[in-house]
Design a protein around this ligand. Sequence first.
Ligand code: HEM
Length: 284
Amino acid sequence: MGNLAGRTSSEGSRGSDGSISVEELQKHNTKDDAWMVLFGEVLDVTKFIPIHPGGTDTIDMYLGKDATEEWVEIHSPETLEKNLQHITKIGKIEARRGLMSWLYERFAAPKSAGASATPSAPADDDWPQGTQFTAAFEEELKKEEGHFSLETLKRWNGKERPMLIALCGIVIDVSPSENFIPTHGYGKLWAGKDCTWAMATASCLGHFRDVLFEIHVSLKAEDANRLDFKLEELEELQFKSLAGWYKHFTEKYRQVGTLQELKDWDFSNIIAEAKEMQKKGSYA
Ligand code: HEM
């Protein structure tokens, strides 16, 4: 992919804070228009590639991507500074948003008329945070005694009360998340609901944090609170997807209870798979 019409390799679309979007970064992924990110900085390495001491092939696969993790394994810290005469600093990469936020923007945000293939969703700042836990809400939560039903869960919708969601039989407090806003995105779809089926189904392919993911999550409102399926009928990808989400949500948020309707469901295989993913450090 060549340069954008009318632009030089060192220019690119900028956010309001002057940062470069991941979409923009990804466009500069060829040897004659080569950007990569190291330490949050977008670098034009087009001139450096032919003289890279580690060879051109090693660099190639990181063009248009964030190479920091692999880079630090191989190079000593001063290597970058020492080679700056061959490299142009373009600017900072955009602040990274959470996976859920990215998913929503990429696949579910309403597209305005004339929008491009990758529409820009409202900035995070435009999304008011949902209701947060206070001492009074913690007291109210205690009264649930960790036992929720679909009926009682729906009161925890991020508006009147902080937002809880259910997944694989457990209830999770997602109220601290900037991605779960009651009026928007996944918050709107899932606030106070069970998301097990939604997280096992539908498939999207895309890049998050410069990595290609095959992501399975339903974007349909009607897929929340759906209990008319059997775990043993999930296909392998759905099973893995659900385990990935279980890992993601249990690592990131606190568990505040269980969901009565799913109390007899056996999620042990999902939990075991999630633990396995945790060991391998895979992202979901
Ligand atoms: C701005 C980007 C980069 C700069 C300035 C850079 C610089 C260098 C330098 C100076 C060396 C020689 C060894 C040393 O002094 O450390 C080297 C080696 C090497 N680089 Fe890079 N590099 C860059 C990007 C990358 C990337 C993205 C990769 C792939 C992950 C990579 C992989 C390697 C490898 C495999 C070697 C050979 C290491 C060895 O022989 O032990 N480099 N690089």
